[in-house]
Design a protein around this ligand. Structure first.
Ligand code: ADP
Ligand code: MG
Length: 687
């Protein structure tokens, strides 16, 4: 059984299960094995009711003392029973399990496991799982994998399939040379893959993760190195000169560039007029004003008679840039002839755009990845700017090079990365930092609160809407039943809840990644046009959106997000002159969670937040709360695994010193591995 064997060939996986897996993006055995657990469960010794701490998952042995209530609300049946042991009482609530009334006999003992909650002064457990002593003993003292799921797919089904796949999978021979395995204390890939799914203990889990993370970082940095060599001293084929256009533009915009912006603008001008092709990254916190720098570069490009392209990760963001440019043309007479090119345009619209691009009628092309598809023929592409996208891989470059001469590349990123990491992760680029925010900003007022604060938050949102302002509410999930997301809010149900809680006049709408792009664009446009007051969204909103009239950002299940990501979300407000607010709701109230979120309360500096987050979680934090999507590794987290990242970087350096062409016998397997189209399921060249 190899990487690309379809999972239907696994015994026990039928057509129905296959479809469910496919929905979760898992088609092959390779996909399945790369679907790492998102957490592990430990079935610890049951505790007494008195010891059961609110917020924690634990098992208890209790006697049923009575039925408290049985209700039916719409389609939901709710059964609440009381239970106790010698140390105290606890309420148990079961949803849509009316039969539990017969199963649970008053006076009999039961072993139950679930999350402890508080209901007023009383302790409670919602939907606890019932175990026999024997079943429980079988699970105890093991680390059981918990997978991200799609509706209909159970954790058990995934466990079974993975276990089957592990027993049949033929792993490649070891590809790292011995000196590398020893120097970085790496276990074999086979041990690592089975260890990440079914670790026997914490040590094994740690070693397994280390190898998998190392593999990802190593492949990534290897390609980065290739990229760098390819770019080294590429001559400037589009030498540009500063014209009156940019000077006039800067005189007309209603603000002065900050010192940091001026410095970066100078660096860009020097690149564009210098001897080598530009490969520059602009790094700057949210709201630091990176867009205007891109606009200046594109304007210089247009004024020199060339074409420039501005590429965004989402259609929503591309449309927003297009609007901004239209405004600059009208207000400040910027000499752009822009054209928009996104996937959701009709064939006819696209054709019209292609023609304008090929004829040179358009001198600024704004869009998504559609910009680098084969059908697009440029007449004189000289500059490509990518927004909120760190990587511009070899594949992209090759495609562009085919379209003409090697253009200048400018990459803009808001991911706050400490300098030492930035040098590794952006090894193939020159880095400019915008380390200063425009002076007119009012600091955003933030608070970290628990779910009981919701009614007040809703009242506050209603008040802001009445003042003509707008709000975002972020939930981690799209719809109900996704994953084992019992305690996670989802956009679809939440929007309904919110509509009921807010006055009728408030317009509430949803936005999430499962919607069609054209639908997403429409919603965003309506929001920007103020036809929508409150937008309930997943983190699709996170990247670069600029609606300065929005003053409230409320995040549900804040504990589920990385701090850097929460900081990005907060950056969606506080973009205008009005006071803005950010409400982080946490469904967990334990000390660590609160301390972590409290960092956001104290600081509004992305770099500081990222470094504190790292400090608190500590390197090697196993559950790597997902950071923002910019550096989306499967197992690795650039912050938490910074030390492994450094090791992988060292390993690549050493390899290149010893044997740059990988021609020694000990590097033969590695050369083969690295020449594959994708390495362990990840195609770094197209990132
Ligand atoms: P980001 O760096 O997050 O991409 P933007 O470029 O979207 O930020 O800028 C955020 C807002 O700040 C925009 O409305 C922009 O017009 C404004 N802005 C940019 N530079 C300045 C400045 N020097 N002074 C005041 N406002 C500025
Ligand atoms: Mg931006």
């Amino acid at each position: 059984m190899k990487e690309d064997t379809p999972i239907i060939e696994l015994k026990g996986v039928g057509e129905k299960t296959r479809q469910l897996f496919e929905k979760a993006g898992i088609k092959t055995v390779g996909d399945l094995l790369a679907h790492f657990p998102r957490d592990y469960e430990i079935y610890q010794e049951p505790v007494s009711v008195a010891e059961a701490c609110p917020g924690q998952v634990c098992a208890i042995r209790v006697f049923i003392t009575g039925i408290l209530s049985q209700k039916k609300i719409r389609n939901l049946s709710i059964l609440t029973v009381s239970a106790a042991d010698q140390t105290g009482a606890i309420q148990l609530t079961f949803f849509n399990m009316p039969f539990m009334k017969k199963v649970l006999k008053p006076g009999s003992p039961y072993l139950l496991r679930g999350t402890v909650q508080t209901r007023g002064a009383a302790k409670a457990m919602e939907q606890p799982r019932l175990f026999s002593e024997e079943e429980y003993a079988k699970r105890s003292d093991k680390l059981l994998p918990v997978y991200s799921l799609t509706k209909g797919l159970t954790n058990q089904a995934v466990q079974k399939a993975v276990s089957k796949a592990l027993s049949l999978y033929e792993f490649d021979e070891e590809y790292y040379p011995d000196y590398m395995l020893n120097a970085y204390e790496l276990i074999s890939r086979r041990e690592a893959v089975s260890g990440i799914h079914f670790p026997v203990n914490w040590d094994m889990l740690r070693s397994a993760r280390k190898r998998l993370v190392f593999d990802e970082f190593f492949a990534f940095l290897f390609f980065l190195r290739k990229n760098k060599e390819f770019l080294k001293e590429l001559p400037n084929r589009h030498v540009m000169f500063e014209t009156a256009d940019t000077v006039r533009f800067l005189e007309r915009v209603p603000f002065e560039l900050t010192k940091a912006q001026k410095k970066v603008w100078r660096e860009i001008r020097e690149d564009l007029s210098g001897p080598f092709c530009m490969n520059r990254l602009i790094q700057g916190d949210v709201g630091s004003g990176k867009t205007i720098l891109a606009v200046l570069a594109l304007l210089m490009c247009a004024a020199n008679g060339y074409q420039g392209a501005l590429m965004a990760p989402t259609e929503v963001l591309a449309m927003q840039h297009y609007e901004t440019i239209q405004e600059y043309i009208q207000r400040y007479e910027a000499a752009f002839r822009p054209v928009l090119l996104v996937g959701s345009m009709t064939v006819r619209e696209k054709k019209a755009a292609y023609e304008k691009i090929a004829s040179g009628e358009a001198n600024l092309i704004i869009g998504t990845h559609a910009l680098i598809q084969e059908k697009v023929i440029y007449s004189s592409l000289a500059l490509v700017v990518t927004d909120e996208q760190h990587r511009f891989g070899v594949r992209h470059r090759e495609r562009l090079a085919e379209k003409g001469k090697e253009p200048h590349i400018l990459v803009m990123s808001a991911t706050p990365i400490p300098r030492t990491l930035a040098i590794i992760l952006y090894g193939d680029l020159n880095i400019s930092v915008v380390d200063e925010l425009p002076a007119n900003r009012l600091p955003i007022k933030s608070c970290v609160v628990n779910t009981s604060y919701r009614p007040r938050a809703y009242a506050f949102i209603a008040k802001e809407v009445e003042r003509g302002k707008q709000a975002y509410v972020i939930c981690p999930m799209v719809e109900e039943g996704e994953g084992d997301s019992g305690d996670m809010e989802n956009v679809v149900s939440y929007a309904e809840k919110l509509k009921a809680a807010l006055p009728n006049s408030v317009q509430v709408a949803c936005l999430h990644g499962k919607m069609r792009p054209s639908e997403k664009n429409r919603i965003m446009e309506e929001f920007a046009a103020r036809n929508i007051d409150v937008l309930v969204s997943t983190t699709v909103i996170e990247v670069g959106i600029n609606v300065p009239n929005a003053t409230v950002m409320m995040v549900e299940n804040s504990e589920r997000f990385g701090l850097a990501q929460l900081h990005q979300l907060r950056g969606r407000v506080g973009r205008g002159d009005s006071q803005s607010y950010c409400i982080f709701i946490s469904a967990k109230e334990n000390k660590e969670t609160m301390e972590r979120l409290e960092i956001l309360n104290k600081s509004n500096d992305g770099f500081f937040i990222a470094s504190q987050d790292l400090k608190i979680r500590g390197p090697g934090d196993l559950f790597g709360i997902r950071q923002s999507g910019e550096f989306a590794f499967r197992a690795g987290d650039i912050y938490a695994d910074a030390s492994v990242l450094k090791q992988a970087s060292e390993a690549v350096d050493e390899l290149m010193n010893r044997d740059p062409s990988l021609s020694h016998a000990e590097h033969r397997a590695l050369r083969e591995q690295m020449s594959k189209d994708s390495v362990n399921g990840v195609d770094f060249r197209s990132i």
